[in-house]
Design a protein around this ligand. Structure first.
Ligand SMILES: [Zn+2]
Length: 379
């Protein structure tokens, strides 16, 4: 009798198979994409069947669209076809069978035609749909970039500790509602209790769009810098932030590795000026979209810098939690924002790298901010 644990182990083994036995034609790629499609399809069916539990309110919006259910259907069909192809091609059947089993489970739940089983709204939901959409969007955007411009040609998607990073991704997506609520609480409170601030806000939103955009960028970057610095300097905060710096391998997925307390505080604090100063909604959305794409790009590409920085600065920039290092003298990732211009003039590439690193480090999880701003803008 095979225990579920053994099955998972075998699956993981084959996903992490050496590159030599996962070449094109070996059934690995068809199996992998079958698995991705099956999980995405299954998650969407679950979200459609129990929207009160597993879907963000946005799903209702998309569900009305003509293309949505056919898309779910196509995803599920693709997963069956690819799973069968993988089963034909691959000697080890575990990936193909896993994909097939998940796809069949989705069909048994009702497939693309599933209707909602319970409509009661208990007020709390887990963002299964958000996790799928978020992962698919970032994965489709950044996995190919990493593939074609790799920092480490040997590093694959299923690299060291990929499961840990995927888990952080899952948790922060699933808890999108509560995290967003907590992160928005301070700005909502301020917005509700600061009518005297109205003239200031009106003045801010009356400025030209591009001026607002630049201001939002400078102010948010400034806040993020001090936020990040505090998390290195204050021992209590470093306890949370050490999680983020425990990543051994860097890619687009690794940025998700962040303590939930830090996620909430980061979003809450850095979005505070953005949400309370009266910037136009379109400015906020443009800025957050830019950060979202930029942070992922930098993360995907800056792994080269990550590697050399680790080698050069070692414990200084990436201290082991036990050392209780708090940034300080060796913290190369810090540069005074006010001297940035001076640095840039002297060493433009170097300063750009530093800034990119800072943005990567502190603008992680812009996806959450994205959701936060999206929610608040609509209100
Ligand atoms: Zn840090």
């Amino acid at each position: 009798m095979t225990r579920p644990n053994d099955l998972l182990h075998t699956l993981r083994d084959d996903l992490e198979a050496p590159v030599a036995v996962r070449t094109f034609g070996s059934g690995w790629y068809s199996g992998f994409f079958a698995l991705v499609a099956a999980i995405a399809g299954f998650g969407l069916v679950v979200a459609l069947r129990w929207p009160g539990w597993f879907a963000t309110p946005e799903l209702e919006h998309y569900e009305q669209a003509l293309w949505f259910r056919p898309l779910v259907h196509v995803v599920l069909i693709a997963s069956y076809a690819l799973a069968l192809l993988s089963l034909l091609l691959r000697r080890r059947k575990i990936i193909g069978f896993s994909a097939l089993a998940i796809g069949i489970a989705a069909a048994l739940l009702g497939g693309a035609d599933v209707s909602a089983r319970e409509t009661h709204d208990w007020g709390i939901f887990f963002g299964v749909d958000f996790f799928i959409v978020n992962l698919a969007a970032t994965g489709l955007m950044f996995a190919p970039i990493e593939r074609f411009w790799p920092h480490n040609a040997k590093q694959r998607l299923f690299r060291f500790e990929w499961r840990e990073d995927l888990f952080y991704y899952l948790v922060s997506s699933m808890l999108v509602q509560i995290a967003t609520y907590l992160a928005l609480a301070p700005s909502s409170y301020i917005n509700a209790h600061s009518d005297w601030f109205g003239t200031f806000r009106a003045a801010v939103s009356a400025q030209p769009w591009i001026v607002q955009f630049l201001e939002a960028m400078v102010i948010t970057d400034f806040v993020q810098y001090w936020f990040h610095r505090a998390f290195h300097r204050v021992p209590f905060l470093w306890g949370f932030h050490a999680v983020h710096h425990s990543a051994q391998a860097m890619d687009w997925l690794a940025g998700a590795r962040m303590h939930l307390v830090e996620v909430v505080l980061l979003r809450g604090v850095t979005s505070l000026p953005l949400l309370t100063f009266g910037f136009s909604p379109s400015v906020m959305q443009a800025y957050i979209t830019m950060v979202y794409i930029y942070a992922g790009l930098v993360r995907a590409q800056s792994a080269r810098r990550f590697g050399s920085l680790r080698a050069r600065a070692g414990d200084a920039a990436f201290p082991p939690p036990a050392s209780r290092h708090r940034g300080g003298s060796g913290g190369r990732e810090f540069c005074d924002p006010l001297s940035l211009l001076g640095q840039a003039l002297r060493h433009i590439p170097h300063a750009a790298g530093e800034m990119a690193g800072r943005i990567r480090d502190s603008a992680e999880d812009a996806a959450g901010l994205f959701a936060a701003a999206g929610l608040s803008v609509r209100e």
